[in-house]
Design a protein around this ligand. Structure first.
Ligand code: 13P
Length: 311
């Protein structure tokens, strides 16, 4: 029976050992299967996450949880899987805690910082009662194609949020969700280093798609332990699907190229390849390598299934 781990031990080990785990957004059944397949084939633990919008599209948080768990069973997934709510508001975070997600991000970055702080503290309390991991966000992310119209996180806020026990902190350092424009000035490593020097909490890099490899690697050396990827896989899927259609394969009636199982396969395979490439960028260790490390809590012991994982 599938169950989810909260991943805290992995992210602490990642911060300490200067590697990262990818956090891969699912958008539908094909995405879910591709992410699980790439994780299993590389023998690496995986964080699969869903945004509020994608969960709505797919049929709700419970459906997403059941889908991931059922695919884990049917695909015989043997590597640890973390199920995370990505950019949840207060209500969504509470709903996913109640449902038994093993990790939630409460994103209060649009709220006044004091309200973000209070609500994050409440989510931490509710989640930790059930052994669920919490990610918070400070500063403001840039959005699709803006050079960087966000707001850098401050060291003061990072300290305050670390003190209330968030397990992972998304601190904005010039990163942007979606497509980076040509005139993007790059990540602000000075601010990232200052934050990393002030707190031990594993740090999260949102908007991981499209950041040059050397900057991704440098951010991991600075303290990034989780790198979020969504757009990269959407584009990989789109390119492969476009190539299939442009080659006229969907029109081939003899091979039934119009069958969605055929039509969606090149894109799905492209996600698997893109994820394997990302795993190599991030230096994500295999589960055997992780087991050999001294993790702070041995949550990967499968005989010790936490309460939230029961389903
Ligand atoms: P990208 O879509 O830019 O990869 O960002 C993903 C992300 O940060 C999800 O939280």
């Amino acid at each position: 029976m599938a169950y989810f781990v909260n991943g805290n031990a992995f992210f602490k080990a990642a911060r300490k050992g200067h590697f990262a785990l990818g956090a891969y957004n699912t958008n539908n059944l094909e995405w879910t299967r591709a992410i699980l397949q790439a994780a299993e084939e590389t023998r690496t633990p995986v964080l699969i996450q869903v945004s509020m919008g994608a969960a709505k599209y797919m049929g709700g948080y419970k459906l997403v949880k059941d889908l991931v768990a059922d695919e884990m069973d049917s695909m015989k997934i043997s590597v640890p899987v973390i199920l995370n709510l990505d950019h949840g508001d207060y209500e969504a975070a509470k709903e996913c805690i109640a449902l038994g997600y093993s990790s939630v991000m409460f994103d209060g970055h649009n709220l006044p910082v004091a309200e973000n702080f209070d609500k994050t503290r409440e989510i931490v309390r509710l989640a930790h009662e059930k052994g669920i991991s919490v990610e918070a966000e400070i500063g403001k992310m840039g959005e699709n194609q803006g050079a960087f119209n966000g707001e850098l996180a401050t060291v003061r806020d990072a300290r305050a949020f670390a003190d209330i026990g968030v397990d992972k902190l998304a601190a904005c350092v010039g990163n942007i969700h979606g497509i980076y424009p040509a005139n993007w000035p790059g990540l602000n490593f000075q601010r990232l280093r200052q934050i990393a020097a002030a707190i031990d909490t594993p740090l999260v890099l949102h908007g991981g798609s499209g950041i040059p490899k050397d900057q991704v690697c440098e951010s991991i050396r600075c303290g990034i332990a989780k790198v979020n990827i969504n757009t990269e896989f959407q584009q990989a899927f789109q390119r492969a699907t476009r190539a299939y259609i442009e080659a006229g394969k969907d029109l081939d009636l003899t091979t039934k190229g119009y069958d969605p199982r055929k039509l969606l396969k090149p894109g799905t395979d492209a996600i698997v390849s893109a994820m394997k490439e990302m795993i190599s960028w991030l230096g994500t260790p295999t589960i055997d390598e992780l087991t050999a490390m001294e993790l702070e809590n041995q949550e990967i012991d499968r005989d010790d299934m936490p309460a939230y994982a029961q389903r």
